[in-house]
Design a binder for this molecule. Structure first.
Ligand code: SF4
Length: 255
C-alpha cells in the first residue's frame, strides 16, 4: 500500500478508527519508513456534530506533530449537508454525503500533494460495502472496496490499511491507548441503509463467526470480472474523472 518516502494523506473524521489509524501511520510510516503523514478532514457542515470532531482532530494532530488540513463542503460545493438535508430530495442524506465526501477527500489529498489517501475503513465497513453494492445493483461501486486502490488519472490512490481489522479490535486499540474520540453520532445516521446492513452482518457474525471476512473476500474476488473494460472519461460539467458523461457529484447537486 505504501512506499518508502511517500506523502500520505489520512482521512481523519475524529472517530476512533481514523484517529487510531492516524496514530499508527504517524508512527509506522512517518517515523520508521520516512514518509510524511498529513491529516485531511472534511467538514460536511453538520451543526453540532462536526464541531466536536474538528476539535479532536486538531488536538490529536498537534499532539502527534502532524500537519492537518480541513476542507469544507461550503468551500467546495457552495452548500452544506444541513442545507441539503433540509431540501426535498429522493435519496437519503447519507447518499449525498458519501458521494460529496469522496470527492472532497480526493481534493484535499490533491491539495497537499499526497501520493496516497488512506482511509480507516475497517473489515466491518468493507463487508457492509460489498452487501450495499449488491443490494443497490451498483456493479461499478464494487471496485471501491479494493484495499490497495488503483492508479486512476485525477484520483489520489486510495488505500485502506484497516481493511482486515474488525471494528471491535479498532475500538479496543482506542480504549487501550486512551485517546479521546468522537462520541456524538451524526444526526442523519439513522437514515443510512448501511445501518440495516450493519445490524444484519453483526447478527450473522455473532452466529457464524467469519461472516465478515467471507463477505469481504467474496467482494474482492468479484472485482476483476466486474471492472473489466470500464473506461474513465471526464465529467462534461466539472471536468472531474467519471465513467459516465456527468459525474455523480454534478448529478446530485443538480448542476
Ligand atoms: Fe454523512 Fe451520513 Fe456519515 Fe452523517 S452518517 S457523516 S450524513 S454519511
Amino acid at each position: 500500500m505504501f512506499e518508502h518516502g511517500s506523502r500520505i494523506a489520512i482521512g481523519v473524521s475524529g472517530g476512533k478508527d481514523s484517529l487510531g489509524l492516524l496514530r499508527l501511520l504517524a508512527e509506522i510510516e512517518g517515523e520508521t519508513h520516512g514518509s510524511e503523514v498529513v491529516a485531511v478532514t472534511v467538514d460536511e457542515g453538520i451543526k453540532g456534530y462536526r464541531d466536536e470532531a474538528l476539535r479532536l482532530v486538531e488536538e490529536a494532530c498537534s499532539g502527534l506533530g502532524v500537519e492537518s488540513v480541513v476542507l469544507g463542503f461550503r468551500d467546495l460545493f457552495g452548500t452544506t449537508m444541513d442545507e441539503i438535508a433540509s431540501r426535498e430530495r429522493e435519496l437519503s442524506t447519507c447518499s449525498y454525503c458519501g458521494v460529496l465526501r469522496r470527492r472532497a477527500l480526493n481534493e484535499a489529498a490533491k491539495s497537499v500533494g499526497a501520493d496516497r489517501l488512506a482511509t480507516a475503513h475497517t473489515l466491518d465497513d468493507m463487508a457492509q460495502s460489498v452487501l450495499l453494492n449488491i443490494l443497490r445493483g451498483d456493479v461499478g461501486g464494487m471496485a471501491t472496496i479494493d484495499p490497495g486502490g488503483g492508479s486512476l488519472e485525477g484520483f489520489v490512490r486510495r488505500v485502506k490499511p484497516y481493511c482486515e481489522v474488525p471494528e471491535r479490535e479498532s475500538a479496543l486499540y482506542a480504549y487501550l491507548s486512551g485517546f479521546e474520540f468522537q462520541s456524538l453520532p451524526c444526526p442523519y445516521a439513522e437514515e443510512a441503509m448501511r445501518n440495516d446492513i450493519r445490524g444484519f452482518l453483526n447478527r450473522m457474525e455473532a452466529k457464524r463467526p467469519g461472516t465478515m471476512f467471507v463477505t469481504f473476500n467474496t467482494g474482492l474476488k468479484m472485482i476483476p470480472t466486474l471492472s473489466k473494460g470500464e473506461a474513465i472519461g471526464h465529467c462534461r460539467l466539472c471536468g472531474e474523472p467519471t465513467p459516465g458523461d456527468t459525474c455523480r457529484v454534478c448529478q446530485l447537486l443538480g448542476r
